[in-house]
Ligand binder design. Sequence first.
Ligand code: IVH
Length: 703
Amino acid sequence: MNGDIEVEALTEDQARKELARLATEIKLADAAYYTEDDPHMTDAAYDALRQRNLAIESAFPHLKRSDSPSDSVGVIVKDGFGKIEHGVPMLSLDNAFSDEDVQDFADRVRRFLGLSEGEPVIITAEPKIDGLSLSLTYEKGVLQQAATRGDGRVGEDVTANARTLSDVPDKLAGSGWPDRIEVRGEVYIGADDFAALNEAEEAAGRKTYMNPRNAAAGGLRQKDPAITAQRPLKFFAYAWGEMSAPFADTQTGAVKALAEWGFATNDLFKAHDGVASLLAAYRDMIERRAGLGYDIDGVVYKVDRLDWQERLGFVSRAPRWAIAHKFPAEKAITTLEAIDIQVGRTGSLTPVARLAPITVGGVVVSNATLHNEEEIERLDVRVGDQVEIQRAGDVIPQVLRVTDPDRAGRSAPFEMPHVCPECGSEAVREVDDKGKEDVRRRCTGGLICPAQATERLKHFVSRKALDIDGLGAKQIELFHERGIVKAPQHIFQLERRIAEAGFDPLSTWEGFGDVSAGKLIAAIDEKRNAPFGRFLNGLGIRHVGQTTSDLFSRTFVKWQDFWAAVEAARDNPEGPEEQALTSIDGIGGAAVGALKAFASEPHNQDMMAELMQEMTILDGEPPASESPVSGKTVVFTGSLEAMTRDEAKARATSLGAKVSGSVSGRTDILVAGPGAGSKLKKAQDLGVTVMTEAEWIELIRAL
Ligand code: IVH
């Protein structure tokens, strides 16, 4: 792929294609980040895309696209909030990654302004807060409206929500504010508040936030301001947009004024008189990062004199007078104390490096993933080794290399266990149809494996499966630990099993009480009637995920018919039922094989019999026949803006389309959202119809 070729080595044709690819990828990534609050790549990966785009554009200026990502920030606003057009666009910042980049920035400023050698240029430094920007408009000192950045030109009207933030004054304090002034800054969540919020989300059985920035964005963009009010959102003011009159001569003076008007400003903000001093401030902030209590991802430098800022102006999406000096992916060296095996919900065995705890990028790291046995072999990492680890953005820390591979007396190479450490069942590497061995080793124990049991139970009650309100990971763990819920059917026997185990009634348990115990029991009862597809997905059978489950439910409609076919196929692999199952378009041999294996296990048979005593499986919906998409195979890729991926799949399936996860010659339509990569390319190569999400919605709208 052209993406791997050094910029210098690209031919013109490759460069053109590469710019097209980068434009799409960046657009998709922007949408995921700004519109969905759900980024699908790390900041470092995103920055790398933008860097590469810029590098190619400067090597081939004539190839710069009219929709070049370097001219834009962010993406369209989400529906649901009113739109507010920014009087002055809310722009982004260019990035510096090295000391040289910072020196270049200062040199550029000097050159642009035509300053002589001796003339001092004061530049401020302040932390780059990892939150989302907010614009607040005040008239005669009274808050009128609040808007998110949106695409930089038009943002979302979040006035009601912003009013609930204690750091956002309703009325400006002090004096000297212009009649009309738009104050800008960053909404964020502190580290402790973030941890507490996620704990509460988990306890309530809801999805946790990936990082404080997403939590802040999610909190600010609630439909109900009362919910925003409960979120511990904070705000630092650091900039301004439209104003009826100037109110300061320097950045320093402006920030001081903002503080006097009642805003929280960052106390690490400081003016510096040269690059050396800026770089010292940068290093100092790296040191302090861990103790700040909120996430920062770099340092922002701004030319202090506002008349100079004015003269420097903007280039495309970013000001010439400011730059963000990003923190590097943090690395550290520590001792590998042990390699443990973690067993996931589907039984995959993952080796985890247990490390002597060390602070990396402000976070204490004591575990890192080693992925699988091939990775361990590749790194030749052994217990007792010194290892270099890296933590970039939000991803799980990785082990990069062994730093002392020649040390005498190293321990023996690690051997991956062939039995599950949790239940003692055999752990195997699957071999696919083409004879290729899976890199992962999996426990074959299923529900009898305690590691899989809790994970499988969590999956059974999760949003994509039965979706039982108030029954989240925490509750499942508690019930499992007390021996009350060991298998899915036990959920429906909760009160009886609590009594039989000799515990007091649930309403007396800590964290429950009359109301929530009652609610939980009611929520469980409600889900005794479960849709076919959700129920099947909830069983967590290998290769039988949501799409496959929905496909079975639409094809068979009646659960009893489906299960009878599975049992018949199990008993007679040559029979017509086996045929019926495998001939469904979109169902692979792996899924049917896994279903039969599942149905062959005696403990699964008991479980299914007991579940059927407790539950009624609702009929699946047969596909609507006239829809123009019925019978079509649709693939969704990239991120979607108008609906979640799950919603899109469900809607397509209900219209009779088959939703597949991969593009092939049989694909009819690829719906590509921002972030589409290899699937988009493959579809284009195969001549598959490619649509944007909007086009897809247009197509199915009337249906
Ligand atoms: S100044 C015209 N200062 O970073 C530039 N931005 O990558 C105005 N950010 O959209 C921005 N901390 O959301 C500025 N101390 C800081 C910041 C900061 C975080 C965010 C802001 C901006 C983004 C640009």
